[in-house]
Write a protein that binds this ligand. Structure first.
Ligand code: PMP
Length: 388
């Protein structure tokens, strides 16, 4: 087999779309839009500002929300920190209880842990074996003291989709705020903020083929909330997040989102085809378990365990030609067993053998054939190794 290098870690970050690179280059080369978008005393600054505001409007149109309710951040980690910490602090007189799930991204869970040290109580809902939280349990957990529910849309390790529309109905009925970490779903699934009563939504450009270091947060009726600033300084983003706006990154994010919407159906279908191709190759192996719901899931993330094979040894065996991961990128350095799968009640071999394959727009069927064949080879080799 000719040697290749295949990248199957799109959930950590996919390659930047060529059209996004084009936007960046065009912007960098332009001689009239490089100015500080806050320097509106002159035409250069005004041009930069209008580009930024057009991009904000473009993003708002896709999410069907008011552009004034969008705040640019460095990504979803910052957006999640903003919502969890600043909103909780701002409204603590209305309640000091938060509800989240045990399978959230660390940027939500660690904020919750921090808030616990500040006197807040947090309920961590445990999902079932398929990764889905129980909505009755969620509703039952809401008390008079509950301020905010924070549940992610799509899980970054399993691809499992939580029913955010139903959760939003519950939170609206019960009068509590609802935050959605939509890092893995924006651009992949329809999110209509005019229809779904979500209070806050976090997103990150590099998850939808944009560049790293830019993202945002939607905060419904932002001006009325009178939230404390995330970063103090020059007063950008209506005083909520000071710092010179990175025009190039914001324009690149708008292009990436535009593309994601244009390609949404094709990207989705392509991911299904790739997943089917992968699974059909893997049929030649026995002892495979797919982790997480296979119905409420995005097709571009496949989490699976190979009986008798540890994730570490498989990842290392494939390291030179097929890039796969054992969990979220933020944790994979430590090669620890996934807390997400553990929370789903997965244990033993299935837990320690779990790997994540994630792919997308630029993954070809040939890439998948090669990767699947290499997976089969290495799983067979490692199984023989452990038998002897
Ligand atoms: N939430 C989820 C679900 C994610 O997958 C990620 C990225 N791994 C983040 C938050 C953090 O996003 P960012 O890299 O933009 O800080």
């Amino acid at each position: 087999m000719p040697y290749k290098k295949i990248y199957l870690d799109y959930a950590a970050t996919p390659p930047v779309a060529p059209e996004v690179i084009e936007t960046l280059i065009t912007h960098f080369r332009a001689t009239d839009s490089f100015a500080n978008p806050s320097s509106i005393q002159h035409g250069f600054g005004e041009t930069a500002q209008s580009l930024v505001e057009n991009a904000r409007q473009q993003i708002a149109t896709h999410l069907n929300c008011n552009a004034k309710d969008l705040i640019f951040t460095s990504g979803a980690t910052e957006a999640n920190n903003f919502v969890l910490k600043n909103v909780a602090t701002r409204f603590k007189e209305f309640g000091q209880h938060l509800i989240t799930s045990a399978t959230e991204h660390k940027s939500v869970l660690d904020c919750c842990r921090f808030l616990e040290t500040q006197g807040f109580q947090v309920t961590y809902l445990k999902p079932d074996n398929s990764g889905l939280i129980n909505l009755e349990e969620l509703a039952d957990s809401i008390t008079e003291n509950t301020l905010l529910v924070s549940i992610m849309h799509v899980n970054n390790e399993t691809g499992v989709i939580q029913p955010i529309e139903k959760i939003a109905e519950i939170t609206q009925q019960r009068g509590v705020l609802f935050h959605v970490d939509a890092s893995q779903s924006v651009g992949k699934l329809e999110i209509n903020l005019a229809k779904i009563p979500i209070s806050f939504l976090s997103f990150s450009a590099h998850k939808f083929y944009g560049v790293k270091g830019i993202g945002g947060v939607f905060a419904r009726n932002c001006a009325k909330l009178k939230l404390p600033p995330l970063i103090h300084g020059g007063g950008q983003e209506n005083g909520l997040r000071s710092g010179t706006l990175p025009t190039h990154q914001i324009l690149a994010m708008a292009t990436a989102l535009e593309l994601a919407y244009q390609n949404q159906t094709n990207d989705y279908q392509h991911a299904i085809t790739l997943k089917q191709r992968l699974l059909s190759h893997l049929q030649e192996l026995e002892g495979i378990t797919l982790n997480g719901s296979q119905t409420a899931t995005l097709p571009n993330i496949v989490n699976l365990s190979f009986e008798g094979v540890s994730a570490d040894s498989l990842i290392i065996a494939l390291r030179d030609d097929v890039a796969i991961a054992s969990g979220s990128a933020c944790n994979s350095g430590a090669m620890e067993a996934s807390y997400v799968l553990r929370a789903m009640g997965i244990e033993g071999e299935q837990l320690y053998g779990a790997v994540r394959l994630s792919f997308g727009r630029y993954t070809t069927l040939e890439d998948m054939d090669y990767a699947a064949q290499r997976l089969c080879e290495e799983v067979t080799r490692l199984r023989q190794f452990t038998k002897n």
